[in-house]
Design a protein around this ligand. Structure first.
Ligand code: FDA
Length: 399
């Protein structure tokens, strides 16, 4: 591989990639292996820190059900091209080439058997194979563009290249070194940014929902709905509101002021309470709910439904109304736990200004944006890493 060329106090590369997270590492490795001289820069002390903490330390690195409709964006078809050219199977093949043992957990989610460290080590190894110049602990100073070259200032000098890739992710989990740097840079070059907001994040309930705070720690399978989002997974009550996979999923669809609807009895057939009245007329509602739900939740819901006495003494209409409420219990969150707890950021660099094939800015040749920095947000379950790999791949082919 050719050495970077130093000229007039500046070091030349074919591409400079900012951010050594999932997308940046992937893009750098592939571009390097295509013979490009790549500089990969990160301010964190080590690459891939979010990979290391992902999936409870086992990294849910992809999802075999990856499809464009599992991503949110103001430009819904944007992700289609990149996702079709680098698939979950492609990433799995890479994982297997590195001898990393894996398993499918649930809903198509693939995890390492061992540790997320193996995924970072694999990507760093792929970067080394591409002779990528990886610099961590780097503080990025001014970024400029003139005469077809991008220039970045680091402590150790100035670097330039005809291509610059923004891969610095979104601001979720700032304590991990996450920043909104990608948006500042995008705006500097005239790109638009779709308002970023926390996604895959627990939701908070107002004081009026205090009864449910007593349920902190209770988890139950539900169907949660918000906007176009509908997810059949577990919900968890917390001391501040709602969490668990079903809630994290709908949080990406939630906007302030909107309701979240929860079906607490997704496995019961329609008309189940009326059938219970016929079969067990002497039973109290709470007893019947206890067959379907954790005890504390059954008690809290039956208190709120205010159905007094045994089922046999209730009108069919009252029981049908109670069942309807159980199938679409409305919560109005008063906020989310914010970027501090959000697994990803929804919104970001507006994809209407990027090529869906190459991730290059339409109006700024040579400027690319990939990964979470752009307005493409996946469901929970390995979809966000798959977008990082696929968008990194797409840009790497064009550099
Ligand atoms: P990423 O955030 O990975 O990388 C950006 C890089 O840019 C970082 O290394 C950062 O240090 C660097 N950077 C930022 N600002 C900078 C600056 N100003 N100067 C220099 N460098 C800068 N997804 C999934 O599919 N499966 C999973 O199991 C999980 N699990 C998970 C758990 C937790 C706790 C979180 C927070 C997130 C997940 N995710 C996930 C989401 C996943 O981690 C995320 O979508 C990808 O890491 C995004 O990859 P990027 O490379 O775009 O950003």
């Amino acid at each position: 591989m050719a050495e970077p060329i130093a000229q007039s106090g500046e070091t030349d590369f074919d591409a400079i990639i900012l951010g050594a997270g999932a997308a940046g590492l992937m893009c750098a490795a592939l571009a390097g292996q295509r013979g490009k001289r790549v500089l990969l820069v990160d301010h964190a002390p080590e690459p891939g820190r979010k990979i290391l903490i992902s999936g409870g330390g086992r990294c849910n690195f992809t999802n075999i059900h990856t499809a464009p409709d599992r991503y949110l964006s103001e430009n819904p078809h944007f992700a289609r091209s990149a996702l079709s050219r680098y698939t979950a199977q492609d990433f799995l093949a890479l994982v297997e080439r590195h001898g990393i043992a894996w398993h499918e957990k649930t809903l198509g989610q693939l995890f390492c058997d061992g540790s997320a460290r193996q995924i970072v080590a694999m990507l760093v190894d792929e970067c080394a194979r591409g002779a990528v110049d990886l610099r961590c602990d780097a503080s990025i100073g001014e970024v400029s563009h003139a005469d077809g070259l991008f220039r970045i200032a680091l402590r150790e000098g100035s670097f330039r290249a005809p291509a610059l890739v923004i891969a610095t992710g979104g601001p979720s989990i700032p304590k991990m070194g996450a920043t909104g740097f990608a948006y500042d840079l995008a705006r500097q070059f005239g790109l638009k940014v779709v308002q970023p907001r926390p996604a895959l994040v627990p939701l908070k309930l107002p004081p009026g929902e205090a009864l449910f705070r007593e349920l902190s720690g209770v988890s139950t399978p539900v169907i949660a709905r918000c906007g176009e989002g509908r997810f059949s997974e577990a919900a968890l009550f917390t001391h501040r509101g709602l969490s668990g996979p079903a809630i994290l999923q709908v949080s990406s669809y939630w906007h302030r002021g909107e309701d979240v609807g929860i079906d607490f009895v997704p496995d019961r057939e329609s008309g189940w309470l009326l059938a219970a009245k016929r079969a067990r007329p002497r039973a109290a509602l709470r007893r019947v709910l206890e067959d379907a739900l954790p005890g504390r939740l059954a008690e809290a819901l039956s208190q709120r439904l205010a159905v007094e006495g045994d089922l046999g003494s209730q009108s069919d209409k009252a029981l049908a109304a109670a069942e309807q409420r159980l199938r679409d219990w409305r919560f109005t969150p008063d906020g989310s736990e914010g970027f501090a707890k959000a697994e990803v950021t929804a919104g970001g660099i507006d994809t209407r200004g990027l090529s869906s094939k190459t991730m290059e800015a339409v109006k700024v040749p040579g400027l690319y944006a990939i990964g979470e920095a752009v307005d493409v947000t996946g469901w929970l379950g390995g979809y966000n890493f798959q977008w990082a790999w696929a968008s990194g791949f797409a840009a790497a082919q064009a550099l």
